[in-house]
Design a binder for this molecule. Structure first.
Ligand code: CA
Length: 490
């Protein structure tokens, strides 16, 4: 019998189809599995909560006797908390620029809130035929910013609240509220400043959309709170008045609680939409604030290099990945950008001066650093390309000791300019109020710490131990104007 191959042909074909189907199925399965892995390993969402003008003491969890912050207390209980956190520069715009760029102010060159009306700045504007404010904003084009680096990892990002560097797009955000200079009221946030006080909807909607799109998201939540104007809802204010707190101070306390409520709304939303376990929440303040009964802030708070200006709790919450803990080490906002980039698995564009703390946050191992640096400049920038032109102070903290040096940069129209050029050495543990200058008692230690500052960078355009007289303050501060206006109202 001749072997008939014909009947075998369809069998072979069937076999081939079967194999192809199987292979296809396997490929499909593998593809599906890879997708599932991708979803599982999607980088974490990152949320930055940035308080504005709040002392490190002004939370229940930091020990304040009157101010109630139940939501941030809850966040702290679920976070790694650094109670000895610091910002290197205790003023809004430079503090925010450090959080956007991961660089110190002397590196990103945005050392103050506004350009001063100086000959140097006028020449830059003339040479480049651009407003000096625009030239100051252009620093962020040179440095790049966190949202751009996260975008390379597929992140979408939303800006709300304070933002000084032009529009949200200029910082690389994909979404946001601030139009920025040169738009009207574009100095530091315009429409973005409505967040918090005017509700949380834009942020919550952005989160919902990102979750629906399965996109990792970055949220910059920097409300104008508890910052002035201190206009809390009556329901909160009444509580502090009832506690016997002086009215002007009660308003500030109530603002802290109002801000706390907005943080609660944000965190609750993240948890309720199911994103909680895959979201790193970072908390920090841009600078301190010590409210006075007269209406303004105390000298050793906002803008100052003292604890009341530079210290802030810093918190990291990432449920299931970072175990909550109270950490005794020093932490600086300079560490936040490299830590966030590491969490996102994003490439760093260059080396950063801060530390990626993620390994120690995850493992609980001690951070191998006991030294932090900070620098203070005038509110108005004397020369937008020469940071040292406005340099007033530098400080170093090593363990419990802090050395504070004064420099002869141009203070401009500062409310509280440096009063003397003395080197100051404090023991922050025994003297948190920084009242007792130990420099003459411990000259060797002062010298050692001074050398650390020199090793950090050499301020070769300035002289330490000197201070320049500030120009007379000719205009009232906005807060005093606001207070006066308020008093005039019926
Ligand atoms: Ca501020």
């Amino acid at each position: 019998m001749t072997r008939n191959s014909a009947p075998n042909a369809p069998t072979l074909l069937t076999l081939i189809i079967l194999v192809m189907k199987t292979v296809g199925y396997v490929v499909l399965l593998a593809f599906a599995a890879s997708l599932a892995t991708a979803a599982d390993s999607q980088p974490p969402n990152i949320v930055l909560i940035l308080s504005d003008d709040q002392s490190y003491t002004d939370y229940s969890f930091m020990g304040h006797a009157a101010i109630e912050t139940p939501n941030l207390d809850q966040l702290a209980s679920e976070s790694v908390v650094f109670r000895r956190g610091y910002v290197p520069t205790a003023l809004c715009r430079p503090a925010l620029m450090t959080l956007a760029t991961g660089l110190y102010s002397h590196q990103n060159k945005t050392t103050g809130n506004d350009p001063a009306q100086t000959a140097a700045n006028a020449n830059y504007a003339k040479d480049q035929n651009k407003p000096i404010k625009e030239l100051l904003i252009s620093h962020i084009d040179q440095t790049g910013a966190l949202p751009q680096w996260l975008a390379k990892q597929g992140y979408v990002s939303h800006q709300s609240g304070k933002w000084w560097e032009g529009s949200f797009q200029r910082g690389g955000f994909t979404d946001g509220m601030t139009q920025g200079f040169p738009n009207p009221r574009g100095r530091h946030g315009d429409a973005g400043l409505k967040i918090g006080r005017g509700g949380m909807q834009p942020v919550l909607e952005f989160i919902d959309q990102s979750v629906a799109d399965k996109k990792p998201f970055f949220v910059w939540y920097a409300p104008f709170m508890p910052h002035t104007p201190h206009t809390p809802p009556d329901r909160i204010l009444k509580k502090y008045i009832a506690k016997g707190v002086q009215e002007r101070i009660a308003k500030y306390y109530a603002m802290c609680e109002w801000f706390d409520e907005t943080c609660g709304t944000l965190v609750k939303h993240i948890d309720e939409c199911g994103a909680g376990n895959n979201t790193l929440i970072v908390y920090v303040t841009d600078n301190g604030w010590i409210q006075t009964e007269a209406g303004s802030y105390a000298p050793r708070s906002k803008r100052s290099p003292y604890e009341g200006g530079t210290r802030t709790p810093i918190m990291f919450r990432w449920p299931g990945t970072i175990a909550p803990a109270d950490r005794p080490e020093l932490c600086s906002s300079i560490d936040i950008v490299p830590t966030m980039l590491a969490a996102a698995g994003a490439d760093a564009p260059h080396d950063f001066p801060g530390l990626n703390l993620l390994p120690q946050l995850k493992s609980g191992q001690q951070i191998d650093r006991n030294t932090l640096f900070g620098e203070s400049f005038a509110h108005d920038i004397a020369d937008i390309n020469k940071p040292q032109a406005s340099l007033l102070y530098r400080w170093v903290i090593r363990g419990n000791h802090k050395l504070l040096l004064t420099y002869d940069g141009a203070p401009g129209k500062m409310k509280y300019p440096p009063q003397d050029g003395e080197a100051k050495l404090f023991n922050l543990k025994t003297d948190p109020g920084e009242e007792e200058n130990l420099a003459s008692q411990e000259p060797a230690l002062a010298q050692e710490l001074s050398q650390l500052l020199e090793d950090w960078y050499v301020p070769n355009e300035r002289t330490a131990g000197k201070f320049a007289q500030a120009e007379a303050v000719t205009r009232k501060s906005p807060q005093r104007n606001a207070d006066r206006k308020k008093r005039k109202q019926p």
